[in-house]
Ligand binder design. Structure first.
Ligand SMILES: NC(=O)c1ccc[n+]([C@@H]2O[C@H](COP(=O)([O-])OP(=O)(O)OC[C@H]3O[C@@H](n4cnc5c(N)ncnc54)[C@H](OP(=O)(O)O)[C@@H]3O)[C@@H](O)[C@H]2O)c1
Length: 436
């Protein structure tokens, strides 16, 4: 790795880039933090400092993550410039990265609010947030079905798996509000779907509560999945409380939210979500949707033995030319880090010119990772019928896909508008319930 050459900068030229990553103690979140450090040192001027805020659920995980991230930073510095940095120089480079843990449990709204209050209390700004934390809500794997699918249809089965056993109706614990007295009546606390809350709604509330820290250039990066497919999502069950694939449903919901977030039809809702309390009209920060492809992490909930066979199946998928099998979380992190760090000409301007996309982490057979546009049912590659921008992946597609047509595209926009209306309604309802 070749880092930016050392140069003294006048204090007034120094600037800090602050980024918050949720769910950073394992898997993709940890890899995103490592890759952010590496790419920041590689691409940003010596005058810039990275303030990396990472979230975990408890102090022990936070300390452990801090230790591992600092050790990664040291390793990066040791290898920088072909290993030629002196200890003094390495120390100076290291000072450009400040690593800090924060705590939040995304299934507990009060902890989300207190994280937001903590960050708001400090002032400053957030240049990027990566909403990575997530849970699967599966209770196991149907091994017979899984083995059959993998042996007969390897790439499709490992990209769009249909052999996980869902834990239908998973509900988040009480938000500890108790019953609310309203005249004679006591209002029972409504249910919140656990997977929906951890993967989407918790981050959605955090986005709103952190809005004063965003600037028009800030980036809100969401993590979706290749398996965010239409059959899994039903607007009448937005929280996936009755769904047999609450995880996939939450990811399809993420696609709807982000891909329709710049359309005129959703503007009033997006403005309500992102505008600061002072109501100052200004260009709003943009949302981006990414996915890591398929990577080997603990989200699958497997023991070491089954994990070994899962990794083998994922590597074979890549060697048989699947575009969506980075397998290694660090490679899978490329799309999220691209959305957080890339210069304006490579992302906001590109989306303005070519259309909004779902940015995935793709690889070649040798594991050479790259960022690529992913097809989304009803949206295509960029929201325009018949347009396939350069750099889109057109292989390894879902077998149930329909060619994008005008009706499909309009349907996506209509459903996206309804999603935004429902999400904003739910946000206001819960803010009221929390007394905010
Ligand atoms: N693995 C894949 O192939 C793949 C593919 C597509 C998308 N993704 C997405 O990538 C993201 C990360 O998943 P992963 O594969 O890296 O799995 P992972 O290793 O299990 O990481 C999940 C992270 O989310 C955190 N988390 C879970 N529930 C939380 C909650 N209620 N509050 C706060 N943090 C919580 C976990 O913390 P704890 O350790 O405390 O539980 C952990 O840090 C998820 O959004 C997932 O949907 C993964």
């Amino acid at each position: 790795m070749q880092v930016q050459p050392p140069e003294e900068a006048a204090p007034r030229e120094r600037s800090t880039f602050t980024v918050l990553v949720t769910g950073a103690n394992s898997g993709l979140g940890f890899a995103i933090c490592r890759r952010l450090i590496d790419e920041f040192l590689l691409t940003r001027p010596q005058t810039q400092t990275l303030h990396l805020l990472y979230s975990t659920r408890d102090a022990r995980k936070s300390e452990d993550t801090s230790r591992r991230l600092h050790s990664h930073l040291q390793k990066t510095l040791r290898g920088a410039n072909g290993g030629t940095l002196s200890p003094q120089e390495a120390g100076k480079w290291g000072e450009r990265v400040k690593i800090e843990g924060v705590l939040v449990d995304l299934t507990k709204l009060v902890t989300i609010k207190s994280l937001a209050d903590d960050l708001l209390g400090r002032g400053g700004r957030l240049d990027a947030v990566v909403w990575n934390a997530g849970l699967a809500g599966w209770k196991g794997t149907d091994w017979g079905k899984g083995a059959w699918h993998i042996l007969t249809d390897l790439i499709h089965a490992t990209t769009y798996p249909e052999f996980m056993i869902p834990d239908v109706g998973l509900v988040a614990g009480s938000q500890s509000l108790g019953g609310t007295k309203s005249g004679e009546e006591t209002e029972e606390e409504p249910k919140l779907g656990q997977v929906f809350l951890a993967n989407v709604f918790g981050h959605y509330m955090l986005t709103h509560w952190l809005a004063p820290l965003f600037t028009p250039e800030s980036r809100i990066v969401w993590i979706s999945s290749t398996s965010a497919l239409p059959p899994y999502f039903d607007l009448d069950d937005m929280q996936g409380l009755h769904a047999h694939a609450a995880y996939e449903s939450s990811k399809r919901l993420t696609d709807f939210l982000v891909l329709t977030s710049e359309l005129p039809s959703t503007r009033p809702y997006v403005r309500d979500l992102l505008e600061t309390p002072s109501g100052q009209p200004h260009p709003l920060p943009k949302m981006y949707v990414t996915h890591p492809g398929v990577i080997g992490t603990s989200i699958a909930g497997l023991n070491w033995f089954m994990n070994f066979w899962m990794l083998a199946a994922l590597y074979f998928s890549r060697w048989f030319a699947s575009p969506w099998h980075p397998v290694d979380p660090y490679k899978g992190a490329i799309s999220a880090v691209f959305c957080a760090l890339s210069p304006p000409s490579q992302l906001p301007e590109l989306e303005t010119q070519e259309g909004k996309g779902k940015w995935g982490s793709a690889t070649g057979v040798y594991g050479d990772e790259r960022v690529a546009r992913t097809e989304v049912e009803g949206w295509g590659f960029c929201g325009v019928v018949g347009r396939v921008p350069a750099g889109s992946v057109t292989t390894g597609r879902w077998r149930g896909r329909r060619e994008l047509d005008k009706e499909g595209r309009e349907g996506f926009e209509v459903e996206g508008g309804k999603v935004w209306r429902e999400m904003e309604g739910l946000r206001k309802e819960w803010e009221g319930r929390l007394g905010l």
